[in-house]
Ligand binder design. Structure first.
Ligand code: NAD
Length: 264
C-alpha cells in the first residue's frame, strides 16, 4: 500500500517526470556498477571508465579490455524491461508522465514503450560519428557477433585492433564512429542536460528511482527540482544522497512499488 499523502500528491500532480539510475534495471538482471557484483569491483573505474584509461589498458593488457567489453554487454544483451520500466511507459501513455530522464545506457525504457526518454549518458547500442555526429544503432546480433570476434581475437593485440576498427567503421563523411556513451571525464550532451533541467523545474512531481545520486552533473537534477518547488518521491531499497531532500522516500524495489501508482 502506498502512503495516503503519496497517493494524494500523485493524484494532484498534473505533470510528472522520472529520473532513473542503474537501480531501475537491477530487477532486469543488470547489476548496478557499485553493487557487490557490480562491474567496478572487477574493473576499477579509474582504468576502465574513461577513454584514456581504456587506451592505456589496451596498450598494456588488451585481453582485459576485451573481457571488460564482453562483461559490460553480456547482461544488458539478455535483459528485458521489468514492471518498473513498463509502469513509467504506461504513465506516459495516459498523459501523466511527460519524460523519463535516465542515466542508464541500456535502452530498456524505450523497449518498454517510453517515448520521451532523455539519455544523459548515451546509449550502449548507439554509435556516433565523431565528425558529423550521425547516429547508427547496432542490432543485438551485430553486438553478439562483435563480442564473439573479440573473444576469438584474444591473445593478439593486432587481431583485436582489426576487430575494433571493423566495428567502428568510417561514416559516409569519412569520420570514424565511436560508442555513443559518456565516459568518465567527458561532458554530457548539453542539449539533453538543458532539456532535463528545464523539465525537472517545470513538473509538479519528480520520481527519483534507483540512483545513488552521486554521479554529477546528473545528480544535480533533484536539487534543481527541489529549488524550483517540484515535489520529489524517491524509490530505492536503501537511502541515497537524494533521500535528505525527498518529500517522500519509498523504501523498496522499483519493480514492486512503481506499478502501484497505476492503480491510484
Ligand atoms: P548506482 O549504481 O550509483 O546506484 C544504483 C542505486 O540503485 C543504488 O542507490 C541502489 O540502492 C539502487 N537500487 C538497487 N536495486 C534497486 C531496485 N530494485 N529498485 C530501485 N533502486 C535500486 O547507479 P547510478 O546512480 O545510476 O549511477 C551509476 C552510473 O552507472 C550511471 O551513470 C549509469 O549511467 C551507469 N550505469 C548504467 C547501467 C544501465 O544502463 N543499466 C547499469 C549500471 C551503471
Amino acid at each position: 500500500m502506498l502512503p495516503d499523502e503519496v497517493v494524494t500528491l500523485y493524484r494532484r500532480a498534473k505533470r510528472v517526470a522520472a529520473f532513473t539510475g542503474a537501480g531501475i534495471s537491477e530487477e532486469s538482471g543488470i547489476p548496478t556498477f557499485r553493487g557487490d557484483s557490480g562491474l567496478w569491483v572487477k574493473y576499477p573505474p579509474e582504468k576502465f571508465a574513461s577513454v584514456t584509461g581504456l587506451l592505456r589498458m589496451f596498450i598494456t593488457q588488451p585481453d582485459r579490455v576485451v573481457d571488460f567489453a564482453i562483461d559490460f554487454y553480456r547482461m544488458p544483451l539478455m535483459a528485458e524491461p521489468n514492471p518498473a520500466h513498463y509502469a513509467l511507459a504506461e504513465m506516459e501513455r495516459t498523459g501523466k508522465l511527460i519524460a523519463v530522464i535516465t542515466q542508464n545506457v541500456d535502452n530498456l525504457h524505450q523497449r518498454a514503450g517510453s517515448k520521451n526518454v532523455l539519455e544523459l549518458h548515451g546509449n550502449m547500442y548507439r554509435l556516433r560519428c565523431m565528425r558529423c555526429g550521425k547516429h547508427r544503432y547496432m542490432a543485438k546480433d551485430e553486438i553478439e557477433g562483435m563480442l564473439n570476434r573479440l573473444q576469438q581475437a584474444k591473445g593478439s593485440r593486432i587481431r583485436i585492433l582489426r576487430v575494433v576498427t571493423g566495428i567502428f567503421k568510417r561514416c559516409e563523411c569519412g569520420g570514424r564512429y565511436r560508442v555513443d556513451m559518456v565516459f568518465f571525464g567527458e561532458p554530457l550532451p548539453q542539449d539533453v542536460l538543458f532539456e532535463a533541467e528545464r523539465i525537472v523545474q517545470e513538473v509538479d512531481l519528480l520520481f527519483v528511482i534507483g540512483t545513488s545520486g552521486v554521479v554529477y552533473p546528473a545528480a544535480s537534477l533533484p536539487y534543481i527540482a527541489k529549488d524550483a518547488g517540484t515535489k520529489i518521491i524517491e524509490i530505492n531499497p536503501v537511502a541515497s544522497a537524494v533521500t535528505q531532500i525527498a518529500d517522500h522516500f519509498l523504501q523498496g524495489k522499483a519493480g514492486e512499488i512503481l506499478p502501484k501508482f497505476l492503480h491510484v
